[in-house]
Design a binder for this molecule. Structure first.
Ligand code: CO
Length: 144
């Protein structure tokens, strides 16, 4: 019985160490930028991304969100968001979107958690802001 319990305990411990949540904290600024160009998901089973709007400007003037998607889908998502409206948070929709925060104004924050099983090997992924005009600068790589 002791042996079985010992085996179970070590199995639980090893599976717990395999399931690794990586915490990523990103700030968005009034200068229309994120404070990083890279989200590293290497060795993580899930990535927990918290976006904080660290600026002073309101959502209507300098709103920021964070959308994660395949690089190949980014253009279509940005276009869909531009056709949305401020009232709808310049929503990137759900098609091709892996995860997205809501649109944030000064002082607000939001968290999204993504299982890295959603990422396919050999595909490049990006994170970006879909507030109109922001994605050319507010964009970075998700490194798997
Ligand atoms: Co933005």
């Amino acid at each position: 019985m002791k042996l079985i319990l010992g085996f179970l305990a070590s199995t639980l411990i090893s599976s717990a160490s395999f399931a690794k949540t990586c915490d990523v904290a990103i700030e968005a600024t009034d200068a229309m930028s994120y404070n990083t160009k890279v989200i590293t998901a290497t060795g993580c089973s899930e990535v927990k991304i918290t976006l904080k709007h660290a600026g002073k400007l309101p959502k209507a003037a300098m709103g920021h969100n964070l959308v994660v998607a395949a690089e190949a889908d980014m253009k279509a998502i940005v276009a869909a968001a531009a056709k949305s409206s401020f009232a709808k948070d310049y929503s990137p929709g759900t098609e091709h979107v892996i995860a997205a925060t809501k649109l944030l104004g000064s002082g607000e924050s939001a968290t999204i958690t993504i299982s890295t099983s959603k990422f396919k090997k050999g595909t490049k992924y990006k994170f970006f802001c879909t507030f109109p005009g922001h994605s050319s600068i507010m964009v970075g790589d998700v490194v798997l």
